[in-house]
Write a protein that binds this ligand. Sequence first.
Ligand code: GYE
Length: 344
Amino acid sequence: MAIKTQRDISPGRKVCFLLGLLALVLGGCAGQFRISGEEEEPAVDENLVVVGVSQVGSESVWRTANTASIQEVFTNDRGYFLLFSNARQRQENQIKAIRRFISRQVDYIVFSPITESGWDVVLQEARDAGIPVILMDRQVDVQDHTLYTAWVGSDFHGEGRNAGEWLEGYLEQQGREEEEIRIVVLQGTEGATSAIGRTRGFQEVAVTHSNWTILEQVDAEYTTAKGREVMDNLLDKYEEIDVVISQNDDMTFGALEAMSRRGITTGVEGDVIVVSFDAVKSALKLVEQGVINVDIECNPEQGEWVEKVIRALERGEDVEKTFYIEEQVFTPENVGEYLDQRNY
Ligand code: GYE
C-alpha cells in the first residue's frame, strides 16, 4: 500500500484543501458549524419541564408521525421545554444524545431504542444523575428493569399473531387451507423490539400449519429502498411466492414496486397475498383498492401517552410500568370508515 507524503499532493489539491479549511472556519464563525451527529440546542428555560427526546431516525412514515406526536405535546404552551435529537439510525448517536441530556440536567429522558441491547451503562448514568427514563415504541434488554420508569408502545407480538391469524382465516375462506403456501418475510431493523415481536408472533401461528413454508426472512431495515431491493432478490431466487409478510408499510411500498415491475399482481385479485404492518394512510388506500390484503395497525401517536406518564410523575404519583396502545386490523371490508380520520 502506498503511503501519501506531502510531496505527493499536487498544488491544485493543496488549494482545494485550503479553501475547504477556510469554508469550515468561516462556517464555524457564522454559527453554522455542526459536529456530526449533534444538533444545536437552545438554552433551557428552567421554568418549564425539560424533556430530552432521542428519536431513532426518520426511516418511515410511521416514524415521522411518531415524531410529530411528540412535538405536538411537548410545547412551551403546555409547560414543556423539548430537546429533540434524531439519531439517524445509529445507536452511538442515541447514546451521545442521552449523555448530552444528562449533562444538561433535563427533567426527563424519553427515547425509542433502535435495538434492545447495549443500554445498561448509559441508563445507569441517567439513574445516577436522578433522571427518570421513559421508553417509547421499542424496549431495552437490560439486567435491571428499574433502570427505566415506564414504557409506552405496541404489543408487537400480538401484531405478529394477528397477521398469522388473519392469513389462517383468509386461506380457509379461499378454500386454500390444504394448499402448499410459500411465504417470505421482510423484517424490520434487526434487534428492534418491533421486528422481534412481529417475527415471533407470526412464526407462532405459522408452525401450527404444516403446509406453510417460510422460504426466507430477510432484514429490510424498515425502508422502501431496502424493501424493493430485498424483494427483488427474493423474486430472483424463488419461482413461487404465495405470501409476502412485510413488517412495515414502507418496505411494502418497495416490495409492491419490485413485484409490479415484473408483472406480478398482488392483493385481493392478485397472485401474491400481501400482509403489511403500521397502517399509514397511503397504505390504507392500497388496502381499500385491494392491492394490499391486510394492514396490521401500529399506532405511532404515542406522544400523549408519554406526556400522561410525565404528568403523573410530576404530581408525584406512581405510574404503571407498561402502557399498551390499542390497535386493530384493516381489510378492504372495514378500512373505508377509518381512512378519512387518518392524518398520517
Ligand atoms: O413499524 C416502523 C418504524 O418500531 C413500531 O419502526 C416501530 C417500527 C414501525 O420504522 O415503520
